[in-house]
Structure formats: C-alpha cells, structure tokens
Design a protein around this ligand. Structure first.
Ligand code: NAG
Ligand code: NAG
Ligand code: NAG
Ligand code: NAG
Ligand code: NAG
Ligand code: NAG
Length: 506
C-alpha cells in the first residue's frame, strides 16, 4: 500500500514446521495466555472529535497482550466488524507457525465477517516491546491495534528500573481510513498522502474543534494522557509507533532517556534527549524521575519534512508527566530539549549498538531491489519493487502455494525464493523515491549494515562489526543524500534457528 509507508516486504521462505525452542529461563513454567478479542465498530472521541472507530473489545487503543518469554499466546478473534479481517502480531518470529502470521493472502485467507478464528503461537525465544494490529485494508489506522509485550525473566536491565510504562504514539485521522485509501488510489490524488488531523499519545489528545468541519460533534480540551512519576524512581518506557504515516521525535522535557531496547533486542545504554521513531518501530528507554516535583510535558513531534506540505499546521502531540505531590496542571510550561536532529532517518545506527555482540556471518546470496513510486498504466501512483507492484492472489494464498509446491509464475507476486538452509542474504534496497520508507520483514530480525549514497555501496563503509539487529528500519529518502539511497540489510539465520530448524531458510 503506497498510502501508508509501511513496506511490508515479502520474501518467500521455505518455512518448515518445527517444534518450538526449548525454554532456557530457570524456574519459569511457561503458560498459555488466552485473549478473547471481539473486533467491532464503536463510536468514540479520543481527542474530543466523535467518530466511528474499528476497535478490539471496544477499546482504543486495543487491550495490551502481556506475556512472559516462552509463553503461548492464544487469540480468539470474533469478527463483528461487518467486513473481513486478519490480525498480525508485529515482531513475532512465528517459528513453526507461519500460518498464524495474520497477513491475508500470504499466511491465510481473511476471517469473514461474523466468523471466529483462533491464532495460537508460542513466543519461545523472544522478548521485548511489540504490537498487534489488523493487517487487512486500513483497519489498524481506524483503531484495530494494541501493544504486545513479552516480559523477560532474565532481563539484563531488570535492576535498572522500578516500573514499566507503555507509551503508544500514533497519527490520527478524523476520516475513516477506507475512504482516505479510496481517494488515494485514484489518479486525482497524484500519490500525495492524506495528512493526519491530529496525533495521539496512548489514545489521547486535545483538538481545536474550530478546525473540525461544520456539523461535527466535537469538544475542545478532551484531555491529555497523564503519566504518574514518583520522585527518584526509574521507569522503563516502552515506546511504540503505531502510525499510519508519520514519524516522530519523542521526548520528555528536562528528562534524559537511555535507550536499552530496539524492536525486541537489547541495546547498549545510549543516552539521548530526543528519540526519532518511525512507523512500526519500538524502543525502550529508561527515564529517571530526577527533576523537582512538578508537571512536565511529554512530547511527540511530527517529522514534517517527510510529510506533504499540508502537514505544516499539525500540532505537537503532548502528554503530561505528573510527579506525585505536584498540583494538577493541565498545561505545564514548555521546556523542550533543543538538540537538533535530522528528520526522516533512524536513530544513528552507529551509536545504537546491540548489547550482545555476535559475529556476522558471511553472506551467501545478494538480493538487490529498487523501490519506486510512480503511476501504473491506469494513472494511479503505486509502489513498485523492480517495476513490479504486488498483487495478492486471493484464490491461492502464498503459504498454501509453498506447501503445495506450486510455482510463483506471476511476477506481481514479488516472490524471491531462498530455500537453502542457513542461507545468508545481503539485501540492497535502492530508494528512488523522495519519501523515507520503513522496511520490515515478517518473521525475521535483520542486521542493518548501513545506508549510503549512489549506485555503489562502499563495502568498507558497512558496519559488520556490531550492527544493530531489528525488524523495522528506515530507508532514507532521496534528497537526504544527494543521490539515490541504498540501504543494506544483511539478513541471516540466527544461531538458535540453525539449531532448532535445519530446514528453515534465510
Ligand atoms: C474466553 O472466552 C471463552 C469462551 O467464551 C471463555 O470460556 C473464557 O473464559 C474466556 N477467556 C478469557 C481470558 O476471557
Ligand atoms: C495451541 O497449540 C498447541 C500446540 O499445537 C495445542 O496443544 C493447543 O491445543 C492449541 N490450543 C488451542 C486453543 O488451539
Ligand atoms: C512512526 O513512523 C512513521 C513512519 O516513518 C513516522 O512517520 C512517524 O514519525 C513515527 N512515529 C513516531 C512516534 O515516531
Ligand atoms: C532488480 O533490478 C536491479 C536493477 O536493474 C537488478 O540489478 C537486480 O538484479 C534486480 N533484482 C532482482 C531480484 O531481479
Ligand atoms: C492501478 O492501480 C489501481 C489502484 O490500486 C488499480 O485499481 C488498477 O487496476 C491498477 N492498474 C493496473 C493496470 O494494474
Ligand atoms: C501458473 O501456474 C499455475 C499452476 O501450474 C497455472 O494454473 C497458471 O495458469 C499459471 N499462471 C501463469 C500466469 O502462467
């Protein structure tokens, strides 16, 4: 979907059915956690503007899934949405259960309206901050999403914080996203993305109702999200960007943050003031309540350079950090950090380092793909990978094709097949677009070796020593450097996978 910049990029893996990895954590007996989710439309006003939203159990954002490493997650989905759906758990490796990945026409057929469907998978060897969301049409933009946290009994940072707080950031449209998508996929839109009306922190924000169309049901000052701090306590903030389109700079006035996790993998401590976060990325930061007892602004600023001009008037998204003992103050004074950051790129991967260093294997294959956005033959701007725009085969889902050994003879499947166990693939992505794009691979965490300029990447400039491993990375836009951008992503079998699954490739 070009509308939303999440690049759900599919590489076809010959994924074998395997038993889950044995649990290594001492003394913890894995549990099965059951979540009953009714997907339904309800009328809500998160920022004071009343509209119909698509929700999980009538909540916006949806309820949190919180489990421990090694546990099993059973999601009973009851689809009452009035349209088909499917639910994806972002960041889950789905080893041995690829059919529960939740991508329509890839992993499964859609769940029809008024049907029930059960997702059932274990989170054997992963931890951290993730999220779940509808993967059908624009449903997550209309509200079908929530946090998914895997607690780690062996968390190396456990003694460094007293409490945890989930912080969800998202851009927010007042118009139903299905309508926006229809408008977007016409020649008239010229491929210019719709600009959000607002942004929310944990599903809350204020909105200036004078900007709402006449006749809307809207109240000013609906209220900001409020986070309670106790002086001198340390908090682990799990920050999740569930935007459709917008990237942010996240910060808390007067408080430093130390990054300790990116997309479910621990990082070395990395002290910062402002955190860039792109669609679908997650970070954990430790914040110490070391300021005088008072109220402070938590802020998430839209990175407007990577948005259409109409975004210029978007407000800063705010929430309140309230110290115990301070009087209530709905409008704390502004004290923003002044560090200037480059917009539309990730937190510098040179300073973001994995906690656990590992030897990067030599690559055995190279995959080079050019990303472009341009008109298709009927004049609609679409996304292309090497001149091919993905079209799902709604009669024969991808995974079914793989199991039946059916050929991928249709170029619009954008299928690149790696079926040798232990293959390590260098992926070169060449962005020819003036927009940045979050790049994500389902079921894998890849090493980000670097970004560069021009057609040839200087291999000497790549970080093969201690690159960050994650599941979502930003491919910079052209114009950030002077020529086409190249992001190199090295994807490989992790050691643990090799042990469990000889047949699992890439
Ligand atoms: C989920 O729904 C089933 C069937 O209605 C019920 O037996 C079970 O208690 C529910 N579980 C939870 C965790 O709500
Ligand atoms: C989930 O999968 C496990 C392993 O295959 C199985 O034992 C269990 O019965 C399943 N649970 C449900 C609710 O389908
Ligand atoms: C979420 O990601 C999108 C896409 O890059 C980005 O535009 C937006 O700023 C991100 N949001 C946050 C809070 O970082
Ligand atoms: C994609 O296009 C580039 C440039 O033409 C080419 O070098 C590369 O081999 C193509 N990739 C695939 C997987 O065909
Ligand atoms: C161009 O894209 C539009 C919108 O997705 C689609 O309806 C149309 O069929 C596409 N045209 C071609 C020739 O693929
Ligand atoms: C692809 O292969 C299938 C099965 O062999 C066949 O039915 C179909 O017509 C082929 N499609 C194309 C575009 O060649």
């Amino acid at each position: 979907m070009t509308f939303y910049r999440i690049f759900f990029f599919y590489i076809i893996f010959w994924t074998a059915v395997v038993s889950p990895t044995p649990i290594l954590n001492r003394g913890y007996k894995p549990k099965t956690n059951v979540f009953n989710f009714t997907i339904e439309k309800v009328t809500l006003a998160p920022d004071g503007f009343t509209r119909q939203l698509s929700t999980v159990n009538g909540q916006y954002p949806g309820p949190a899934i919180e489990v421990n490493k090694g546990d099993r997650i059973v999601m009973n989905i009851n689809n009452k949405l009035g349209e088909p759906t499917a639910i994806h758990a972002h960041g889950m490796l789905q080893r041995g259960t690829p059919w529960f990945d939740g991508v329509p026409w890839m992993a499964q057929c859609v769940i029809p309206d008024d049907y029930e469907f059960t997702y059932n998978f274990s989170v054997s060897d992963q931890v951290g901050t993730h999220w779940y969301h509808a993967h059908e049409t624009m449903q997550y933009v209309d509200g079908v999403f929530g946090p998914l946290i895997i607690h780690d009994p062996d968390d190396p940072y456990k003694s460094e914080y007293d409490e945890e707080i989930i912080v969800m950031l998202n851009d927010y449209h007042h118009t139903n996203a299905q309508i926006l998508l229809k408008q977007f996929l016409t020649p008239e839109s010229q491929g210019v993305e719709p600009v959000p009306d607002n942004g929310l922190i944990n599903g809350k924000s204020n909105f200036d109702c004078s900007k709402a169309p006449p006749g809307s049901k809207c109240v000013d000052n609906a209220g900001l999200a409020k986070f309670e701090f106790v002086k001198d306590k340390k908090y682990r903030l799990r920050i999740i960007n569930t935007s459709a389109f917008s990237a942010f700079f996240f910060s808390i006035d007067k408080h430093e943050m130390e990054v300790i996790e990116a997309d479910g993998l621990y990082t070395k401590r990395n002290k910062i003031h402002r955190l860039p976060i792109n669609v679908a990325q997650r970070y954990s930061v430790i914040v110490t309540a070391n300021q005088p007892v008072d109220n402070y602004i938590m802020r998430s600023e839209f990175q407007k350079k990577c948005m259409p001009d109409a975004a210029a008037s978007l407000p800063i998204m705010k929430a309140i950090v309230h110290y115990e003992g301070a009087p209530d103050d709905p409008e704390p004074k502004d004290n923003p950090w002044s560090d200037s950051l480059t917009e539309c790129v990730d937190l510098d991967h040179k300073t973001l380092q994995p906690l656990k260093e590992e030897k990067i294997p030599e690559s055995t294959k190279k995959l080079e793909l050019t990303i472009a956005f341009h008109k298709n033959t009927t004049g609609v701007v679409r996304a292309f990978l090497n001149d091919s725009s993905y079209i799902p085969d709604i009669n024969f889902p991808t995974l079914d094709k793989i199991f039946k050994k059916s050929p991928f003879n249709d170029t619009s499947a954008n299928a690149y097949i790696f079926d040798k166990p232990g293959e390590v693939v260098d992926i070169y992505l060449i962005n020819t677009d003036d927009g940045e794009h979050p790049f994500h691979i389902h079921g894998y965490q890849f090493w980000v070796l670097g970004t560069g300029n021009g057609d040839k990447v200087d291999e000497n400039d790549l970080n093969t020593l201690n690159p960050i491993k994650r599941d979502t990375a930003t491919i910079p836009a052209t114009g950030f450097f002077e020529k086409e951008e190249i992001m190199t992503v090295l994807l490989g079998v992790q050691e643990s996978d090799k042990k469990v699954n000889k047949k699992n490739s890439v």
